[in-house]
Design a binder for this molecule. Structure first.
Ligand SMILES: Nc1ccn([C@@H]2O[C@H](COP(=O)(O)O)[C@@H](O)[C@H]2O)c(=O)n1
Ligand SMILES: C[C@@]1(CO)OP(=O)(O)OP(=O)(O)OC[C@H]1O
Length: 172
């Protein structure tokens, strides 16, 4: 349903947050927010390891109290080996729509020293907006370093966090 109709019908705002980490490894593509980012290493995982989309999916599932990405797409299942994480986001956003709700806005933060995210932020926002069915001006992608501290600071991995606001019909 569209946001204006949901607001007029007294929908319940539901917030969700997500966090994920993946290890940087040789010989992997770096997928972030559904696009390939040129870099000398990529993220390792059972799927394509798109840490930003995984954090976003968890935020959406969390807002609906629908568990987490591992409940919907268990890492133990061979089906998800090297899977395109776009599929996971389509599923999470589809569940919101199925329940008669809508995503009001998305805010993603990627935590790494390198690569620089800002040059890719518009392409990432555009991709996430398309996958989640949310207008571009309601999708934010930003980045921060951890001032060279910790695993992200040493370039061992990339972390991402996400927040979403859903507007959902009251269940009862
Ligand atoms: N991987 C990154 C990290 C940061 N940025 C941009 O740099 C700004 C400053 O980062 P600090 O961690 O020093 O606060 C940050 O606000 C981003 O605009 C980036 O593009 N990619
Ligand atoms: C989506 C899954 C599927 O294997 O992707 P992974 O690459 O294993 O990534 P992770 O964020 O560790 O856990 C979520 C998994 O359910």
């Amino acid at each position: 349903m569209d946001i204006k109709t949901l607001l007029a019908s007294g929908a319940l705002p539901r917030v969700g947050t997500g966090y994920d980490v993946h290890v940087l490894a040789e010989g992997r593509k770096l997928m972030l927010c559904g696009i390939e980012v040129p870099h000398e290493r990529g993220l390792a995982g059972h799927s394509d390891a798109d840490v930003a989309l995984h954090a976003l999916c968890d935020a959406i599932y969390g807002a609906m109290a629908e568990g987490d990405i591992g409940r919907h797409f268990p890492p133990s299942e061979a089906t998800w080996k090297d899977a395109d994480s776009a599929r996971f986001l389509r599923h999470a956003a589809g569940l919101v729509a199925e329940k008669g709700g809508a995503i009001a806005n998305i805010d993603i933060t990627i935590i790494c020293e390198r690569p620089k995210i800002t040059p890719h932020a518009l392409a990432m926002r555009t991709r996430v907006a398309g996958l989640a069915g949310v207008p571009l001006d309601r999708v934010s992608v930003k980045a921060t370093t951890s001032e060279r501290l910790g695993f992200t600071g040493r370039g061992e991995g990339i972390a991402a966090q996400a927040a979403v606001l859903l507007l959902m019909p009251f269940a009862a």
